[in-house]
Design a protein around this ligand. Structure first.
Ligand code: NAD
Length: 352
């Protein structure tokens, strides 16, 4: 073999994350920056947004139903109908399901057009909107089709986030707890001393916590945008969490909360039981309206789901464990060993 040339492509990509006081400020920003825009908006949020008849809007249902081939097709059709060219722009307004769908379409339509995200849930603000991972579900499996493609802007309205229903906030707090567990012992300690109601009751404190999560995630993405290494730690609780979400129909955050508990039990087995990690997680979850139990836990069903997980590599899976609060580590665990651990969890009723 004779090499002719070897080259590296560096794609320029910049994401601005900003706070806005109201919708008018966001709309004015988008209108100044882009000429032709498709607004893709979660139906539940649409009544809040003062767009007018000059704006092109596609209203869709929030939730995973829209993260599908059908959702993909209707969005591509809307873009084609308005003859959006490569200077066009899409704005996703909604939770993670909307930004996952929009990000995926933006990355493939005309080989990539720019998009912005206005997160309307806490989960999407501190997690899903950042980092460029997107996708749709396929044949009952989460995020089977997707790309990594960064948004140009993420803008949020603190008022909107603070007034979300408790259940929606709880989903976001699961990810906030995760940042504490994997990266920030101080944040975890603050969360342990408080609860969901107290934190959202103090807007300054709530914003500080949100901003620290934004900084944590964006620092990791800058370092490892394509999840070759460091970024994997953000998947803490997600291997089991995604399986629980798909099988038992729990929301993302609630399933991740249980996944974090499982992973802490496993960390104790692997790194030593004196860590008391699982006990701490079991204590903190209810304070943030997150469940600590499932009605059923089937090791076989969970294992079957994990077989299709993107974190699996042949006979091993990249599994995130905690060495201690604030420090995570990625271990390659053989799949047959993981099955043994799942069997222990079922037998010892870790989650029932
Ligand atoms: N790309 C990533 O890195 C990433 C990370 C985490 C989660 N996700 C994905 O995000 C999705 C979950 O996202 P989510 O929890 O943000 O919500 P979602 O988009 O699934 O919406 C959940 C529900 O909340 C409603 N909703 C949205 N905004 C609301 C508001 N302001 N007030 C009241 N109701 C509102 C929606 O209509 C829907 O019924 C999953 O599909 C998950 O796979 C992606």
């Amino acid at each position: 073999m004779k090499a002719i040339q070897q080259y590296t492509v560096i794609r320029k990509s910049e994401t601005l994350i900003a706070e806005a006081e109201n919708w008018e400020e966001i709309i004015a920003f988008i209108r100044t920056k882009y000429v032709k825009v498709l607004w893709v908006i979660d139906k539940k949020v649409r009544p809040l947004i003062p767009l007018d008849s000059h704006d092109t809007i596609l209203e869709i249902d929030g939730g995973d139903k829209s993260k599908s081939f059908a959702g993909f097709e209707s969005l591509v059709k809307a873009l084609a109908d308005m003859e959006l060219d490569r200077t066009g722009h899409i704005v996703a307004v909604g939770g993670g399901s909307i930004s996952d769908l929009v990000g995926y379409v933006a990355s493939v339509y005309l080989r990539g057009i720019s998009f912005s995200i206005i997160p309307s849930t806490l989960l999407s603000l501190i997690d899903a909107s950042m980092g460029g991972k997107n996708g749709i579900n396929y044949v009952g499996k989460k995020n089977q089709l997707g790309t990594i493609y960064q948004p140009s802007t993420i803008i949020y309205i603190p008022e909107l986030i603070a007034h979300l229903p408790i259940d929606e906030l709880a989903d976001g707090f699961a990810e906030i707890i995760k940042y504490g567990l994997i990266l920030d012992q101080g944040l975890f300690a603050k969360l342990e001393e408080s609860n969901l109601e107290k934190i959202i009751g103090n807007q300054v404190r709530f914003s500080e916590i949100i901003n620290s999560c934004i900084i944590h995630k964006s620092n990791i993405i800058k370092e490892d945008p394509f999840e070759y290494d460091l970024r994997r730690i953000l998947n803490y609780g997600h291997t089991i969490g995604h399986a629980i979400e798909s099988i038992y129909g729990l929301s993302h955050g609630k399933a991740v909360g249980l996944g974090m508990y499982f992973s802490a039990k496993l960390s104790e087995i692997i790194y030593g039981s004196e860590l008391q990690l699982a006990k701490k997680i079991r204590q903190i979850l209810p304070a943030y309206h997150l469940p600590i139990r499932l009605e059923v836990f089937s090791a076989n069903d969970i294992f079957e789901k994990i077989i299709s997980d993107k974190k699996r590599e042949n006979d091993n899976i990249h599994f995130v464990l905690l060495e201690k609060i604030g420090r995570a580590h990625v271990e390659k665990i053989p799949m047959d060993r993981l099955m043994e651990y799942l069997n222990i969890a079922e037998r010892e009723k870790w989650m029932c």
